[in-house]
Design a protein around this ligand. Structure first.
Ligand SMILES: Nc1ncnc2c1ncn2[C@@H]1O[C@H](COP(=O)(O)OP(=O)(O)OP(=O)(O)O)[C@@H](O)[C@H]1O
Length: 319
């Protein structure tokens, strides 16, 4: 079995020691090629090459950003490829070893948030031939598209991601405390008076006046330290997309929602100011002015119209 291991040496919790442990352990089980990513987007082109060359597996040691790029590279169409009932069967299987700051995708799959323990878990999956077929989300805008593994967002949460990326650019680390502090500080600045977005979709009642929207391909949405945050508790890799939209942003509307999503992992948050979707194949958010947009925790600019689509059976993951 041939595998390509992609390592982001710059990811928050990746270091030479965990890389070497992983190379030794995986290298004993499969025929392993190792590539270090050198720049943004590099993981996507390496994964695309691995797929075109017929590798059986692509393993990633890095954070959610590198995993997102890898998945997008694996989903690239290959010329002359036959159509299949299960598209995941025509792509290399994916192995993820958490090496970033939050590692939401790996943890949502049930892997330990520790690279050495995760290596043990995926080696066991490899030995026992255990694979889970997962769906992905896809965001489409202005002739472009990008897949996401766990979430996308428009509005306040994307503004917070943008602010944290600004701090990281200035050399600060992305810690849970930094996210929470930035979210609290930025709350004062975000527009709480003029909602910009309208939600539409086939078979979906139109919802106007949406300030922010979280689009989920799985649950949890994120973690604060060890605590899962579950705004869309019914979302799963095996269903379509879920959405939580907020039509009020004042503290009285927001406080109960925050308390709920930090403490209840199975029950939907409730309230007349919430817009909720579960297991949908496709919907669109249209904004009256450009709104911040993020995907798998990566800020991707401001957008006015975004369509979100579910892609079932996209990949097989070894867990
Ligand atoms: N050699 C490199 N130098 C700088 N950036 C890189 C390099 N290799 C990859 N990258 C970019 O770094 C970004 C962040 O990496 P990654 O997501 O792996 O780690 P992280 O930011 O620590 O984790 P998280 O996404 O959990 O916060 C990725 O989007 C990737 O494009």
């Amino acid at each position: 079995m041939r595998a390509m291991l992609l390592v982001n040496p710059k990811a928050t919790t990746t270091n030479a020691r965990t890389r070497d442990v992983l190379i030794r352990a995986l290298g004993a089980a499969v025929d392993l090629a190792v590539e270090e990513t050198r720049y943004r987007g590099h993981a996507a082109s390496l994964a695309s090459t691995a797929r075109a060359k017929g590798y059986d597996l692509v393993a990633v040691l890095g954070g959610d950003g590198t995993i997102n790029e890898t998945v997008n590279g694996l989903l690239n169409p290959v010329d002359g490829e036959p159509a299949r009932d299960d598209p995941s069967a025509g792509r290399p299987g994916l192995i993820v070893i958490p090496g970033g700051s939050a590692n939401v995708f790996a943890r949502a799959l049930g892997l330990p948030n520790d690279p050495v323990e995760s290596t043990g878990a995926v080696l066991e999956a490899l030995r026992e031939g255990r694979r889970r077929t997962v769906g992905l989300g896809q965001a489409l805008w202005e002739g472009q598209n990008r897949y996401f593994t766990f979430c996308s967002g428009m509005g306040y949460d994307a503004e917070v991601v943008r602010a944290v990326e600004g701090l990281r650019g200035a050399g600060r680390k992305a810690t849970p405390t930094r996210y929470v502090n930035t979210a609290l500080r930025h709350y004062l600045a975000t527009d709480k008076r003029r909602p910009a977005m309208t939600l539409t979709g086939p078979g979906i009642p139109t919802a106007e006046g949406v300030f922010m929207a979280i689009i989920s391909n799985t649950s949890p949405w994120t973690y604060v330290g060890a605590r899962p945050v579950t705004p869309t508790p019914w979302a799963s890799f095996e269903t379509g997309l879920d959405l939580l939209g907020l039509r009020r942003m004042g503290p009285l509307a927001l406080a109960p929602v925050i308390r709920h999503i930090l403490t209840e992992s199975d029950i939907l948050p409730s309230g007349r100011h919430l817009v909720q979707l579960h297991d949908e194949p496709e919907f669109t958010l249209t904004a009256s002015r450009p709104v911040a947009f993020e995907l798998d925790g990566d800020y991707l600019g401001e957008r006015e119209t975004m369509t979100f689509r579910s892609t079932p059976n996209a990949l097989q993951v070894l867990v």
